[in-house]
Structures are given as C-alpha cells and as structure tokens.
Design a protein around this ligand. Structure first.
Ligand SMILES: C[S@@+](CC[C@H](N)C(=O)[O-])C[C@H]1O[C@@H](n2cnc3c(N)ncnc32)[C@H](O)[C@@H]1O
Length: 242
C-alpha cells in the first residue's frame, strides 16, 4: 500500500484506535513481558510503529527509567503517544527508510512490520542500530474466515501477504540469535463481516479497495448476518545481534 494512503488511514484512526485495539494492547503487553528479563537492563529503547504508545507504556512497567524514542509514520499517532508519554523523543517518519542517528539497547515493534515492504532488509539494518530487537507480527492463517468469505468471490480484502511461522523463524535466525519466540491466538467476534470491516477501519488497518465491478457483491457479503471470528495469529520474537 502506498505510504501516503497508509499514513492517512492511521492519521484518521488515531482517535478511535485505543477503544478498538484490544488485541494490539494485549500483544504489546506480551511482547514487553518477553523483553522483561533481558540479560542487561536497556537504557535507550526505540519503539517502531509506536501507534498511540501501547508498547512503550507496557515496557515502562519493566524499564521505567529508560529513554524512549517513539517512531511512527502517522503524525496523529505520534501526537496521541506524546500526550500519554511526555518527555521522550518522537520521530514522524517511515522507519523502513529512516536513518536513525543513534544506537539503542532495545528496539521493539508490535504489530507494525506487516506494513513494511521488505522485513528482511529492515531487520538486518535495524539490528545494526539495536542490540536487541523484539517484534510481533500476524502470520499466515490470520483472519481466515473473513479472508475466505471474500476470496470465494475473488475480491481482494486484506492488504498483506502473511508469512508462515517457519519462514519467519528462519528469517529471524538468519538475522540474529533468537533468544525468545512465542505464538498466541487472539479471537475477536463480530455479528457480521461489516462489523469486522469497521473494526479494521477503526484501527487504521483497512485493506484493499474493492474493484468497482464487485462493489455490490462485497456489500452483500458484508451485510450477511453470519458471525465472523477475526483470529489474530501472532508470532513474537526477541533477537539479539552479537
Ligand atoms: C497496528 S498499529 C500498531 C501500533 C502500536 N505498535 C500498538 O501496538 O498499538 C501499526 C502502526 O505502524 C505504523 N507504521 C506502518 N508502517 C510504518 C512505517 N513504514 N514506519 C513507521 N511506522 C509505520 C502505523 O502508522 C501504525 O501506527
């Protein structure tokens, strides 16, 4: 997805994000927990794709005195994070192409890397700046019921290709030593597909634009009174670069 469309979507969602991003809050807490027993206490921490700040807030429970740098593509997300977490360092920018002028003891990214063009090259670069790097990402099989409903009618609905867990683990191992990894499923239930679509929009994660000739079919599928389970299948890892 084009970067300006992506940042507009997240700018618009910044006001509704906290109310609807219950899974992102839980995964932030789990990712922070996986980072809570690092061999060395991090003093400088970089939060990539920080959104409204859930992940930094979760990490502050363990590393209260660290200095945090929060980076996000969306200026409104950064404003919201800054309101909650004042007196830190904030960067509005595309983390995939940004030159960070500092090094960090820990980098962290919760549910943001799925938006990146090339995760592999991002990881190899960021591990030169961060001694430890922890991330979570949805994997293959996520949102299956929602995706399949539209796939049957050949309507593209989600913006991402999701990696499978073995490929991700292999990728992580290529970049550094995997010191923690985990998998968890989080389920959200909606009355129908429209509820699921509204959920994605309220957190800024709306997917593809429906082709003009399929708009009526898509509208029918969205309104079908069939309960939809959005399964977020999430891979977590903490990497260390010697
Ligand atoms: C689903 S939200 C997750 C936010 C936060 N980490 C959390 O756990 O609540 C994804 C965030 O990644 C940001 N993002 C997407 N692509 C980005 C990029 N290339 N550089 C920086 N941030 C990006 C979006 O603006 C959005 O705020």
């Amino acid at each position: 997805m084009k970067l300006n469309r992506l940042s507009n979507n997240f700018d618009e969602a910044s006001a509704s994000y906290d109310q609807h991003a219950s899974v992102q809050k839980k995964t932030s807490e789990h990712l922070a927990y996986l980072c809570s027993s690092l061999p060395e206490k991090p003093k400088k921490i970089l939060d990539i794709g920080c959104g409204t700040g859930f992940t930094t807030l979760a990490l502050q429970k363990y590393y209260r005195n660290a200095t945090y740098t929060l980076c996000d593509l969306s200026k409104n997300m950064i404003l919201s994070a800054k309101n909650k977490i004042p007196n830190q360092i904030y960067i509005v920018g595309d983390a995939e192409n940004y030159t960070f002028n500092d090094t960090y003891d820990l980098g962290i990214s919760n549910l943001a890397l799925q938006w990146f063009e090339n995760i592999e090259s991002f990881l190899s670069g960021i591990l030169l700046q961060c001694k430890y790097f922890a991330f979570s990402i949805p994997i293959e099989g996520s949102f299956a019921a929602y995706k399949n409903l539209f796939a049957e009618k050949n309507i593209p609905i989600l913006a991402h290709h999701y990696w499978n867990i073995d490929a991700l683990l292999a990728l992580a191992k290529k970049q550094g030593d995997v010191i923690r990894s985990d998998f968890k499923r989080y389920d959200l239930f909606f009355e129908n597909a429209l509820g699921a679509a509204k959920h994605f929009k309220s957190i800024g994660a709306q997917g593809m634009t429906t082709p003009q000739n399929k708009i009526k079919i898509a509208a029918r599928l969205l309104a079908n009174p069939v309960e939809i389970n959005l399964n977020y299948d999430i891979f977590f890892t903490v990497l260390w670069k010697k």
